[in-house]
Design a protein around this ligand. Structure first.
Ligand code: FAD
Length: 427
């Protein structure tokens, strides 16, 4: 199915579909494809002019489509206490079924750092093409440029729904809402589905940005913007008590910090900022304890005897970080390294092991990879994705109150819940 073919028609008043899927992202495409595979007449409504706009941004355009973790319990744990909700969906269409699905449609994939799965050749476009092929196979009627304005029960005594769009109202026996969260609204995910669900009686857990860069009060970060530190550890303190620690990659930006460990911690940073004083301590040398690091520093200083302090840190720090650490240490950069006092050395070690950062806020929805919060899971049947409140109404994907860490977990949630919703809606 070419993009141009998707845009030609609008749904017309009087059209009737067994299932209307709203939202042409990963969850919606999977749901519509699976529903159609079982022979039903399915329509997919997408407000953008093409499908999968956010999907094309995933994994920096390469699409980290899942995580190579076949154990459903371990997989679900990544979603915190809500993760148990996913057992059934993962059992039904989990990581191995997802990989088989894409592989059987021509994708060659590979496992990378952190068990992230990416296409080996090609990128997110290949994933989108496979999904569009799946829709075409099932003859799903795809209507792009079709913004849904509201959904309601038909007033004709049936249990049908009326889906209102700018071009008219279309009826369907069942609806699968896959409109995503509120993050990256420029891709079309503006939280529309929350309003319809709430109007129909569903509880919405307050949507909050997650996997989000963090703004800090420390102006020096600007001097090292663009610098990525690998194998560092970041500790989160609330009112002086350590709450969390993560190890991995961190990126400095012009406003603060980003990168996988920061993104994964961001949801908790946001929550803790509402509770008290939050501080982050960055350990630049987590493999060395204070004593070992001191020995290492003294060895370097002996080697560089007679050199200025500012020229003696080259083996310990990336070049752009050296002036920052010198400034923060309040040790004269021009001082001979062998004249550094013990207390100055301790100050330096402290910066290496506990470089303090003060988070102010998250950058918010425009830059959040995912939305935490959403439709309360208590009101959805995990075996079918159907609403426990409204008959024949289904939900799948990011609109649900589920958010996983980076690493392919969130797309897998969409494949699994989308597939299950599509299958159940037609069964
Ligand atoms: C920059 C970025 C990178 C990411 N990288 C990864 C990654 O590598 N791996 C990973 O696992 N996850 C990644 N994610 C997260 C992943 O993209 C989301 O989890 C996923 O796209 C959610 O899918 P969805 O189908 O639920 O919703 P969405 O992808 O948000 O799709 C919802 C669709 O519904 C449409 N819609 C909304 N309202 C209406 C309406 N009123 N009428 C009609 N249509 C409507 C929207 O236009 C949109 O196309 C990334 C996210 C971002 C922002």
């Amino acid at each position: 199915m070419e993009l141009s073919q998707q845009n030609k028609k609008s749904p017309r008043k009087g059209n009737y579909f067994e299932v209307i899927v709203i939202g042409g992202g990963p969850a919606g495409m999977m749901a519509a494809g699976r529903a159609a595979q079982q022979g039903a007449r399915i329509a997919l409504f997408e407000k953008n002019e093409s499908l999968g706009r956010k999907l094309l941004l995933t994994g920096k355009g390469r699409c980290n489509l899942t995580n190579y973790e076949y154990d459903k319990v371990k997989f679900a744990e990544k979603f915190g206490k809500e993760g148990r909700f996913l057992y059934s969906a993962l059992e039904h269409f989990g990581v191995s079924e997802t990989l088989n699905f894409f592989q059987s449609r021509g994708l060659v994939w590979q496992v990378e750092r952190g068990d992230r799965v990416f296409p080996k050749e090609g990128d997110a476009q290949n994933i989108l093409k496979i999904l569009m092929g799946y829709l075409a196979e099932g003859r799903v009627k795809v209507y792009c440029n079709t913004e849904v304005i509201g959904i309601d029960r038909a007033k004709d005594g049936t249990e049908n729904f009326i889906v209102s769009t700018a071009t008219g109202a279309i009826s369907a026996k069942k609806i699968i809402v896959c409109t995503g969260g509120k993050s990256y609204p420029q891709t079309g995910s503006t939280g529309d589905g929350y309003h319809w669900a709430q109007a129909l009686g569903h509880t919405i857990i307050e949507p909050k940005p997650a996997l989000n860069p963090v703004e800090t009060a420390d102006r020096w970060v600007k001097e090292v913007q663009g610098l990525t530190l690998k194998n560092v550890s970041l500790q989160l303190y609330l009112d002086g008590r350590k709450r969390e620690e993560r190890f991995g990659e961190l990126l400095f930006t012009h406003f603060g910090i980003s990168g996988p460990i920061v993104m994964d911690m961001s949801k908790n940073i946001n929550d803790y900022l509402e509770k008290g004083k939050v501080k982050l301590l960055l350990d630049l040398k987590p493999a060395l304890d204070f004593q070992k690091l001191e020995e290492r520093v003294m060895r370097d200083f002996r080697e560089f005897k007679g050199r200025m302090f500012k020229n003696s840190l080259v083996k310990l720090l990336p070049a752009s970080l050296i002036p920052v650490i010198i400034k923060l240490s309040a040790i004269e950069g021009e001082k001979k390294v062998d004249h550094i006092t013990k207390s100055e050395r301790k100050r330096l070690l402290h910066l290496f092991k506990e470089l303090e950062l003060t988070p102010i806020r998250l950058l918010g929805f425009p830059w959040a990879v995912i939305t935490a919060g959403g439709i309360s899971l208590k009101e959805i049947d995990p075996n079918t994705m159907v609403s426990k409140k409204i008959k024949n109404l289904y939900f799948a994907g990011e609109i649900l109150n589920l958010d996983g860490p980076s690493g392919g977990y969130n797309l897998q949630e969409c494949w699994s819940t989308g597939y299950l919703a599509g299958e159940s809606a037609v069964k």
